[in-house]
Write a protein that binds this ligand. Structure first.
Ligand code: PLP
Length: 420
């Protein structure tokens, strides 16, 4: 039984819930239920082999060679000049904001629909989130709502952009590619340039997505990825910055390793740094999964197509369509109700849980969370509508099939650490 008693539903609502459950049971075979929302695909990869190398060689620290190898693989896959591996996506975002020039007391524009980490990282950098509405077409920041909000409260001054109402500097914009759906990032970057805002892309969920042939995270100055427990590639915990700017990457890597200058023995630290670098065994898990990323993306696309087919022709609910001009990674499938209806949404969630289909609503909008109730914000009608309409059903690649590592081990440098 579900822990929360579902609120009363109309007859039509009850019928819709029953129909959705019956159709979705056809997507997730009975022997796979209960199915989790999302689980990693480690079976079939070289994860075991690579982890064993870490243990057998004693290289379990951040100085192991899988860390740099993971960074090179990430750069190659995304087309970045460099990638900097860190302990999680929140730290990646914190560091990206800092190297992007965000300072304590600044305001940073971001969508109100995101995982809480987006706003938390802004606070960790000493700044305040300033929420802007999202759009129906991508679930990401709405360029028009952003423009309207800037025209309403922002003012360009000699030293950049300022919020006329609060007096704080508006320093950066953090677009989010929600569930791997690329947002309208070119337009957002163009607006940010006009208002002299840095763009720090939260592409935590978008590894393997593409928009017009470019990877999310590389449209602005710096972007981030997450490899937490349920992301498309999971290193247990992990994250990375990606960028076209080698100097920014150098600075971020330096700050992530306590800002210690290389020296055979002396402890010389030239800034207030962080202990953010990813340890070797976590990186080893990442290397093994990146080798099969294309297979993972294929499996997830197949699963998403099955959800589309299952709900075909049903009124009231559909699978959120791939935004035009993009190829998304299908990290989490999103089911969208035609109209906001919290009672229907919650009844559906309860019924999905009872049917062994672990599902989640979209995150509670950030401006409704206790720490962010007083944060500055524009009107958020689409955010609030989507809150009562969006549900993610089980989306693991393993519901479709297994990956298999390429028979030939990819060439690599010495997998055992070479630095102290
Ligand atoms: C997962 C996620 C993060 C943070 O990543 P962690 O690795 O969990 O710290 C940030 N933003 C978004 C949108 C995410 O989904």
């Amino acid at each position: 039984m579900s822990p929360v008693a579902p609120p009363p539903l109309s007859e039509a609502g009850t019928a819709l819930v029953a129909e959705v459950i019956s159709r979705l049971q056809g997507v997730v075979p009975e022997d796979r239920r209960p199915a989790l929302l999302h689980e990693p695909s480690l079976r079939g990869t070289r994860a075991w082999e690579y982890t064993r190398e870490c243990l057998d060689s004693n290289w379990i620290s951040t100085a192991g060679a899988f860390v740099e190898r993971f960074e090179r693989q990430l750069a190659e896959i995304t087309g970045a000049a460099d990638a900097v591996a860190v302990v999680n996506g929140t730290c990646a975002l914190h560091l990206a904001l800092e190297v992007g020039g965000v300072e304590p007391g600044d305001e940073v524009l971001c969508p109100a629909i995101s995982f809480v980490a987006t706003a938390n990282a802004i606070r960790h950098a000493g700044a305040l989130p300033h929420f802007v509405d999202v759009e129906e077409g991508t679930l990401g920041l709405d360029p028009e709502a952003l423009e309207r909000r800037l025209e309403e409260v922002a003012e360009l001054q000699r030293d950049g952009c300022r919020n006329r109402v609060t007096g704080r500097r508006l320093k950066a914009l953090v677009p989010v590619h929600v569930f791997g759906n690329p947002c309208q990032i070119e337009r957002l970057v163009e607006i940010a340039a006009r208002w002299r805002l840095e763009v720090v892309e939260d592409s935590a969920e978008a590894l393997g997505s593409w928009r017009d042939g470019r990877h999310p995270g590389l449209f602005g100055r710096v972007g981030i990825l997450s490899f937490n427990g349920n992301k498309i590639v999971s290193t247990g915990g992990g994250g990375a910055l990606i960028t076209h700017d080698p100097e920014l990457a150098r600075r971020a890597r330096h700050l992530s390793t306590t800002a210690k200058r290389p020296h055979p023995w002396e402890y010389e630290h030239d800034a207030v740094g962080y202990n953010y670098r990813l340890p070797n065994p976590n990186a080893a898990l990442g290397c093994a999964q990146l080798e099969v990323l294309d297979q993972l993306l294929e499996l997830k696309r197949t699963l998403a197509n099955r959800y589309v087919a299952a709900l075909e022709g049903l009124d009231g609910i559909s699978v959120f369509p791939e935004p035009a001009g993009t190829r998304r990674n299908e990290w989490l499938v999103a089911l969208v109700l035609d109209a906001p209806d919290m009672a229907l949404r919650d009844a559906l969630l309860a019924a999905l849980a009872d049917a062994g289909l672990q599902s989640r609503p979209v995150w509670k909008p950030l401006h409704l969370l206790a720490p962010y109730r007083d944060a500055p914000r524009g009107p958020l009608p689409v955010t609030e509508s989507l809150h009562a309409r969006v549900i993610n059903p089980p989306s693991s690649a393993s519901l479709v099939g297994e990956v298999s590592a390429p028979p030939q081990r990819p060439p690599s440098d010495d997998a055992n650490g070479s630095r102290p």
